[in-house]
Design a protein around this ligand. Sequence first.
Ligand SMILES: [Zn+2]
Length: 470
Amino acid sequence: MAAKTQVYRWDFNVFDFAQSVKGKPLYNVTMALLQDQGLLDGWLLDRPVVEAYLTRVESMYKPNPYHNNTHAADVTQTAGVIMCALDARLRYGSSDGSASSSSSCCSSCCNVGGGTVGSKLANALACCTLPHAKAAATAAVAAAQAPPSAAAGNPAQPPQPLAASGGSPGGGLAKLERFAIILASAVHDLGHPGVNNAFLVRSRDKHALTYNDRSVNENMHASLAFTLAAEEPGLNLFARFSPAEYEQVRKLVLDMVLSTDMDVHFKLLKAFEDELASAPDVATWASLEQRSLLFQMLVHLADLANPSRPWHLALTWAEWVVTEFLQQVRRPGRGGHGMRGVRGQGRREASCGLAVSDMCNEAKVCMPAAQLFFIERFMLPTLEAFRPAAPAFYRLALPWLGDTRAKWEAFKAGGVKLPRTGYPALPPGGEAQLCAVLEGSSGCTCSASHAQGQVQEQQQQVLARIGQQQ
Ligand SMILES: [Zn+2]
């Protein structure tokens, strides 16, 4: 289980952690949060049932390049951090509560030394094999030597430790609410097939038929989570809940998981902003619908938060998501209909190999632009919108988001198509999948001789798809 001093840190390295817990990061992160929030003992949950449930949940995450159990652990840990900030806001009003001495939160949470980022970045990019990438990396390393400044804004204060865990009646978040947030985060991509809703609909996937083309993945994730508890022996998390408690948790969790569908992103932000306009102080939001809206935004923000992590983490996540996307683009549709330019699995495997690795890496032309698009279109607006509800998290995340943004801008300006982390490696099979996909593509987007118009056209397609996928 993650130590309490780790589970609220913003530089929490979920990749290292996954290795240290032998590939079970979701189980361990979730148990640590439940434990720290006082939900495992002396409350409604039965610890052995929770352990069995989370073990089963973790096993049902597929080894996708991005939507895997490490991503679920990352989102759950992120939600835990944001939850601290929201709780502080609810308890202490417009102050972020960071000065509270009664906090039971770890004193070291969320402190990230800006001076260490440069060396980590240098290590991360040392493996880059492309000359132009090295030049841009040098510039990025230089930029990282200074503490992150807010390119996306200008917070006056450095990141502060976040506020208390725990909870008190009439004060911050109720235990039932904390549990709902943690559970929703843990299951929010349960059973994710590694392709997005649009693909499932176009390929007439069985889940698209089941859920009538609407939030297909998200409906499936939520349904799986509750079906496990209801039908599998020994996994009923809710056995001790009253009907009313179960009803409330179920509503909140369903709302939160369904809100992670990017198709409802703008609708969710508008609903949140409209509610804020009529009731500016979120501490007064007492109805179930208002609380649900708060938590939907929280989990949605946690799901988008990769670019606001320290650079070495943000870069790794970017690499993983692009890999999954490219894998999807070339995945054959069911029955062979509807997918232009697809390649069969055998064709992709046959074309795979390290010999094409460099070419394939260059071909990943869209990465900086795609990330900038994602930050500007989705992540930053969500962070800004949620600021009144979690000002401490805003101040924590914004400098790192600005830092990430500046680096992607530098890479883009430097003509770097494919920054490489080199750390940690892609998930098992990820590198092979990426190379095979790119080798098999009809037009390599990275070629220096490639017509600029074609590059831009392909890049725009990728940008749109990347935006849909996360
Ligand atoms: Zn997710």
